[in-house]
Structures are given as C-alpha cells and as structure tokens.
Design a protein around this ligand. Structure first.
Ligand SMILES: [Fe+2]
Length: 193
C-alpha cells in the first residue's frame, strides 16, 4: 500500500474527533426518534442506537479509557465514573431490547436513555477529552483513532445493502433479546467458539 501524503494524513481524524463524531450521530438518532410515531421505525431507530452506543462504549473502554486512566491526573477515578455511566445506559438498553415499542413505557425508557447518554457526552467533551488532548501527543491520539476504527468495524450499524442477511448483521438482529450482549461479544471476540 502506498504511503499517505501529508495532506491526506492531516485529514484522518484522531481518536477524540472520531468519538465526538459518534456523539453527534447518536444525538441525531435520538432526534429522529422524537420525530416519528411509526412503531416499526421506533424499533429500528432504537436497535441502531443500541448497536451504535454499545460499540462506541466498548471501543472507549477497550482502547481509550486505559490510556486516559494513565495519562490524566486523577484519570483512574474519571474513567471508573465513565464506565459506571456506560453500564447504567446498558441496563436501560437491555430493557428496551426486550420491550414492545407499542408500550407507553418504551418512549419513557428512550427518554431516560437519552438523558443519561447526553449527560455522559457533555461530561466527556467538557472534562475528559480536553484533559486527554492536553496530556498525550497528537501521534498517540492518531494511533488510538486507528484502533477505535478497527474495533468499530467489527460491528456494522447497517446491513450491507447487497447482503443484508449475511453475518454479522443478521446475527445481531436475530430473534430473541440480547442485542447489547451480542454487540459486546462481537467486539470483544467472546462467544466465537
Ligand atoms: Fe463517548
């Protein structure tokens, strides 16, 4: 493969830019949810939200938080706090996964998830990410960006247009609950054998 030119290299987002881009996507999905009354569409938006949120948090927990814990003053506590917020959000997602979107509680739970996720995003972008950017080199941020992209690629958020029935997407949306676990297992490589 040829080397990237200087300009191409400058265009590759670093890890913080990548994660912040994910955040904007998630905000858009929540917005799309509030704009629909169609139950099928609600289900599909929530499924995509779950996939995106779980793969984002898993990538953060595997690749980014360990580096953050080391680099930032008080980073260990900060990271523990972020992880506990991830698991709070996961509990809500697990409930949503098994719930009929026609139930009125479905909307309430989505609103609860939105509040929790938006608060987490705000905190990361206001406190954790700026501190992290200050404490590590741009080169390290770029390297972590590559790792995060690689991890996220393991789990697609949309079915492939040519092969919607092919793995791993069909495995993700197969019958029965457990979407949160299935996304996590794919990224961590658990449950492969
Ligand atoms: Fe995040």
């Amino acid at each position: 493969m040829r080397e990237l030119t200087f300009i191409e290299e400058a265009l590759v987002p670093d890890v913080i830019e990548l994660l912040e881009h994910d955040h904007r996507e998630v905000e858009e999905m929540f917005l799309a949810y509030t704009k629909t009354t169609d139950v099928k569409e609600k289900r599909s938006i929530v499924d995509k939200l779950i996939i995106e949120l779980v793969r984002h948090s898993e990538a953060e927990e595997q690749a980014v938080y360990p580096a953050m814990a080391k680099a930032i003053d008080g980073g260990k506590d900060l990271v523990e706090h972020e992880i506990s917020e991830h698991s709070e959000a996961e509990k809500i997602m697990a409930k949503l996964d098994g719930m009929d979107p026609e139930k009125p509680e479905f909307d309430t739970l989505v609103a609860e998830l939105e509040a929790a996720v938006l608060e987490h995003i705000e905190e990361e972008e206001r406190v954790a990410f700026p501190k992290f950017r200050e404490s590590v080199s741009k080169e390290d941020l770029d390297k972590l960006g590559t790792t995060v992209e690689r991890l996220k690629k393991i789990v697609p958020t949309h079915p492939h247009p040519i092969a919607p029935d092919h793995p791993p997407f069909n495995a993700l949306l197969g019958p029965g609950a457990g979407l949160v676990d299935r996304v996590r297992d794919l990224i961590t490589g658990r449950g492969k054998d």
